[in-house]
Every structure is written in C-alpha cells, then in structure tokens.
Design a protein around this ligand. Structure first.
Ligand SMILES: [Ca+2]
Ligand SMILES: [Ca+2]
Length: 160
C-alpha cells in the first residue's frame, strides 16, 4: 500500500512478495489532498480503506473529511466512496480502521470539534459499521444501504 499526497493507492502483494495486480487508485474524489490511508482486511480477504480527504463528494466540504471505500476479496470495489464522519466542521483527519474476522469494522479519527461533549479543539470520533447482514460472500454490499450508527465521541483528548 502506498499513500501519496495526490491520492490513495493500493497494490495487492502475493505471498511471494510480487504484486498480484496493478496499483489501483482508491479515492474517487480527487480534488486537493487525499492522505493518511488506513486499511482493514477481514478473514476472507474483504477489505476497507479509509483516508483523510480535503473536501469530498459527500456533505463535508469544510477542510478535511474522512472517506472510505470497500472492496471484496478479489479487489473489486463494493459500493462507492463513502463519507465516514458526520460532524464535518473544519478538520477531520488521521483515520484508523479496525476490522474483525467477518468484516465488521470501526473507524476512528481526529476531529477538530465535535457534536459530542468535546468541543475543545481536537477530539477522537468513531463510527462503527455492522456487516452482519445477508449476502455473506460480499457482506459489505448490504451495509451501503443501511444507515450508519450514530457517530460517537470515543475519548476526549487533545491531539495537537
Ligand atoms: Ca471537515
Ligand atoms: Ca479536545
């Protein structure tokens, strides 16, 4: 995996270390910077990539936002690029994603301000995604149609 200021790219590595396919651009929204990617891979090889994006095709066009893209185990996109953060004022950045064996995942990131209790500079926000929906072969398909759970303030902390 390689992150560049101009975009977010992935390259799948085979067991021997040679690329299993060509480098693929992850981000669909390309204006300005897309940076600081994080990837989570489940037990079946499905994966999700999240990153910080200067602007978005979603609702957050106030400085940086958190975007994501899901893939199946063959590297095909599952749904389109989606905005992870709900509170979008000013900067949301530095995302990290954790995923379990069957594809449920949680994204956490740094947010300047929040809709929760921490409105003093930066806070840590999180969003859980439940993939335990039908269609186990590509569990993320059904997730795209379901509304995400409420964004939570994970821990009020100042990051800088
Ligand atoms: Ca923002
Ligand atoms: Ca704070």
């Amino acid at each position: 995996m390689l992150g560049l200021l101009a975009g977010v790219f992935i390259a799948e590595a085979a067991a021997a270390g040679a690329p299993a396919g060509p480098e693929v651009q992850v981000n669909t929204y390309t204006t300005g910077q897309q940076r600081i990617p994080s990837i989570g891979v489940d037990a079946d090889g499905n994966f999700v990539v999240v990153w910080g994006s200067a602007g978005s095709s979603g609702s957050d066009n106030s400085l940086f936002s958190i975007q994501g893209q899901r893939y199946d185990a063959s590297g095909n996109t599952v749904g389109g690029e989606f905005q992870v953060n709900t509170y979008g004022t000013l900067n949301q950045n530095n995302p990290s994603v954790g995923i379990d064996a069957d594809g449920d995942f949680v994204v956490v990131w740094m947010s300047y301000g929040s809709s929760g209790t921490d409105t003093s500079r930066d806070s840590i926000q999180g969003q859980r995604y439940d993939t335990r929906q039908p269609t186990p072969i590509v569990p993320w398909y059904n997730l795209a149609a379901s509304a995400p759970a409420s964004e939570l303030t994970v821990s009020p902390v100042r990051c800088g």
